[in-house]
Structure formats: C-alpha cells, structure tokens
Design a protein around this ligand. Structure first.
Ligand SMILES: NC(=O)C1=CN([C@@H]2O[C@H](COP(=O)(O)OP(=O)(O)OC[C@H]3O[C@@H](n4cnc5c(N)ncnc54)[C@H](OP(=O)(O)O)[C@@H]3O)[C@@H](O)[C@H]2O)C=CC1
Ligand SMILES: O=C(O)CCC(=O)C(=O)O
Length: 436
C-alpha cells in the first residue's frame, strides 16, 4: 500500500481525540492516538481504522489463591485479544499492581502492530494479573499462575492465542502455565505458550531476545546517525530481561553504558559501567544500587542524562510532557512498551530527537517466540547460533523496511513503523473481506 494524504472524507472525531493529548495518558489512549496519527499518512479504509481502535475480545477473570498463611486473596486477571487477521493472537502476560483492562488492550494493540512490522503470522494480545509478584512466595506465584491458566483456558491455545513472558513473569511462569493447560487438556501441549524453559520446548535465546533486538536497533540507529558505537554513551532505565540484556550486548559491542537503573534508582559512571558485574532483575531484584559506582542517579535524572542514546526499558509513560524538554539524549530507542506519551512524542519531533519505536526495537522477544512456536510444531530444536543468526536477519529486514519509509522524510520513525504494520494489516483485512 502506498502512502497518501488522508482525504477530508476520512476525517472524523478521532482527529479531535488525537489532538487532545492530555496527561496522564493510559496505554490505550497512547496506542489509539498513535494509530490515528499514523493513519493520516496512509490511504487506508477508515472502516479498518475504526475496527482497529477496538479489541476483538477482553477476558476478565477472578483469580482467587490461598496464601501461605491459609487466607484467601482474590486478584483480577485479563487477556485482551486485539486482532487476529494475520494469525493467532500473540503477546505477553504481565504481573504488576497497575495492570488494568485498558492497559492490556493498549499493549495488545501494540502487539498487533509489532507482529505485522516483523511480518510474523500472528495477531496481537496482552494479558496479566493486577498483583505485586514481589509480595508473593514462589508457591503463591505458582498457585496464582495455575488458577489464572484454568480461568483463561478456553481463550488460549497453540492456534488461538499464545501467551509469553512480560514484566513480572519469566520462563518459570510459562512452565507452570503450560503444565496447568496441558493437564486440563489431557496431553502435553508445549505450543500453548512461548518463553518456556528449553527443557520443556522453550527456544534457546528467547530470554535475552527482546534485549538483543534493542541492542541491534541501537547499533543500527547509531550507524544511521553516523556515530561510532565505540564512542557512543548509552543510558538504560530498567535492568530486567530487556534492559540488562541490551546493556550487556551493547557493552560487548563497544558502547559505553554510562547508566543503568532498577526500581530504586541507578548507577552512573561516565567512564562506562561493567554491566556483567551488575546483577540483573532475574539474578537479584533491586540490586543495581548496590553496585560500586562513582555516582548514583534517580530514575528521573537518568532520563535527562546527556548521552548519545537513551533506552527506557522498564515502565510505560516515563517520557512525558513534564520531562521531554529536559531530555538531552541525541537518540531514543524504546525498550519498554509505550514509554513515550503522545505529548512527549510531539515535543521530541519538534526538537528533532529521533524516537525509534517499541514495536520495532523490542520485537526480538516475539520474533524468537515465533521461532519457539515453529520448533514446538516441528518438534525440532534450533541451536542458539541459529536463533541469533535468524533474529539478526529478521531485525535487519524490518529495520530496512521501516528505514525506507522513514527516509521518505515526512514522517517520524514511529509513523514509518506504523505505516509498514498498518499497510500489512489493512491488506489482510481487505483480502479476508474486512470483518474477520
Ligand atoms: N520480557 C519480554 O519478553 C518483553 C518485555 N517488553 C517490555 O519491556 C519492559 C520491561 O520488561 P522486562 O524487562 O521483561 O521486565 P522485568 O520484570 O524483567 O524487569 C523490569 C525491570 O524494570 C525495573 N523497574 C520496575 N519498576 C521500575 C520503575 N518504576 N522505574 C525504573 N525501573 C523499574 C525493575 O527493577 P527491580 O529489579 O528493582 O524490580 C527491573 O529491573 C516492559 O515495558 C515490557 O512490556 C517488551 C518486549 C518483550
Ligand atoms: O513473545 C511474545 O509473544 C510477546 C512478547 C511481548 O509481550 C512483547 O513483545 O511485548
């Protein structure tokens, strides 16, 4: 599909809604505003845009668990299924106290675009439980996951909707989910989740994949803007699956990782940190501040450091109207999902700071999930080297396609990625007859 100006007849109330970008902004509001904005650059059937504003289905379930002290606590879980025109729903499960229905819908929309940008045969979904996993013992987390699996069992399946890890969940969570689902179905079904431990059908390299793709995109962005990776300074917020793996790879590739943080704040060294000696969230949560470094920074200060590349890789909505004018990075690469509000995005565009979007940068996670799904179907294991090689190839292909739209000059990197994604989704909707 070619780019074209949106005609007057396709303008509707969404344009006004897009213009009114007040904060705080939910993930769903951000996702919808990004959709309207990108759609203005495309000759796309307005009925498809209207359809894509809404999820196909949102499952809300009650998840009661017995705590270790014998009391019962009740949590709320969600699975938002946004669009499946290109294949089964795909996306992570988040355990975090701020999980809401709208957050899952917004994150599910981003999964639809992410899978389309990568040209994977999946649609988009996201889910989670509103819970602080740090307040649960391992046994309680297992009971929560098994009960959640039971409640959403009818909504998921290897050809229907395939969950994966996200914030607060990990390969162990996926192993419990797969086991609970398989027990209920009466047979072992590895393909119902991805991001499992390799010993039960998980792919090698899935754990580090989103961080690896962030590192690849940082490397390509540095090249695109004619900088030298050996002289580039990088600040990374969040030291979990995404942040720590991105930091360590970029460190290995010669970049100067000057700051990293966890929930409590960050460490800062203009000479570069030894990222391998700082424990990641999975090695030891909340350990970053314990690392010996010349300076510490708050999470707010980290975002405003004078660096070549800033990588927000923890929560959404951290770059806002409040701090966007104070950001001093030359390039922003989104490791987290939705770290930039609409207003901050507008300010960065005005200030000429490129923002490489989440739906491209962190897409390595779902791409290796796709590799895992293929391995499960074929009952064949790939070597780590093959996973790395194929991920590198997929990321560079997606980068080239998005960069070709971007070098058109009229759009931001986010719009360029959306143009690629929306064109593919709209074509699939048109081919299937608009309303699958
Ligand atoms: N895991 C995946 O496959 C993918 C994840 N993402 C996205 O990347 C982001 C991070 O996910 P992931 O790495 O998996 O999460 P993890 O749970 O592995 O790690 C989260 C990290 O963020 C830190 N953190 C938590 N709250 C804050 C805060 N308020 N300020 C600063 N840091 C904070 C945590 O610190 P502490 O250690 O102290 O708890 C931890 O270091 C999310 O937006 C997620 O949606 C995107 C693509 C794939
Ligand atoms: O691997 C997956 O299926 C999804 C990962 C995810 O949740 C994400 O990319 O945000």
């Amino acid at each position: 599909m070619t780019m074209a100006s949106k005609s007057d007849s396709t303008r509707d109330e969404s344009d006004d809604e897009a213009a009114d970008s007040t904060e705080p902004e939910s993930a769903l509001e951000t996702a919808r505003r990004q959709l309207y904005h990108a759609a203005t650059h495309l000759d796309i059937d307005q009925n498809i845009v209207e359809r894509l504003k809404h999820p196909k289905k949102v499952h809300e379930v009650t998840v009661p668990i017995e705590r270790d002290d014998g009391t019962v606590e009740v949590f709320t879980g969600y699975r938002a299924q946004h669009d499946s025109v290109r294949g089964p729903y795909k996306g992570g499960l988040r355990y975090h106290p701020e999980v809401t229905r709208d957050e899952c819908v917004g994150l599910g929309m981003w999964m639809t675009w992410k899978c389309a940008v990568m040209d994977l045969p999946f649609g988009g979904a996201k889910g989670g439980v509103a819970v602080n996993p740090k307040e649960l013992s391992s046994a309680e987390k297992e009971r929560l996951t098994r009960r959640f699996a039971q409640e959403i069992r009818g909504a998921i399946g290897p050809t229907v909707d395939i969950p994966a890890p996200d914030m607060g969940t990990n390969p162990q969570t996926m192993a419990w989910l797969m086991d609970a689902y398989s027990m209920q179905e009466g047979e072992t079904i590895p393909g119902v989740v991805t991001g499992k431990p390799p010993v039960i059908g998980g792919s090698k390299g899935r754990d580090e994949a989103p961080g690896r793709s962030v590192a690849i995109i940082v490397r390509e962005a540095i090249k695109h803007y004619e900088k030298d990776i050996n002289e580039a300074s990088v600040a990374i917020q969040g030291y979990g699956s995404v942040g720590s793996n991105a930091a360590r790879l970029l460190d290995d590739w010669g970049a100067n990782i000057v700051a990293v943080s966890d929930v409590n704040g960050g460490v800062y060294d203009t000479n570069g940190l030894d990222t391998h000696s700082i424990p990641s969230h999975h090695e030891e949560p909340e350990a970053v501040m314990g690392h010996n470094a010349p300076e510490t920074v708050t999470n707010a200060e980290l975002l405003e450091l004078d660096v070549d590349v800033l990588v927000p890789a923890a929560l959404g909505n951290v770059l806002t109207a409040e701090n966007a004018e104070d950001v001093r990075a030359d390039i922003i690469v989104e490791g987290a999902n939705g770290p930039t509000t609409s207003e901050a995005d507008r300010i960065f565009t005005e200030r000429g700071i490129p923002v490489i979007p989440d739906i491209l940068a962190n897409a390595g996670g779902v791409t290796v999930s796709y590799f895992e799904w293929l391995q499960d179907i074929n009952r064949r294991t790939w070597s780590l080297e093959r996973v790395h090689d194929e991920l590198e190839e997929e990321m560079l292909t997606a980068w080239d396609v998005v960069r070709d739209e971007f070098t058109d000059g009229e759009v931001t990197w986010r719009d360029a990625a959306y143009i690629v994604a929306l064109s593919r989704i709209a074509e699939a909707h048109e081919a299937r007859g608009l309303w699958p």
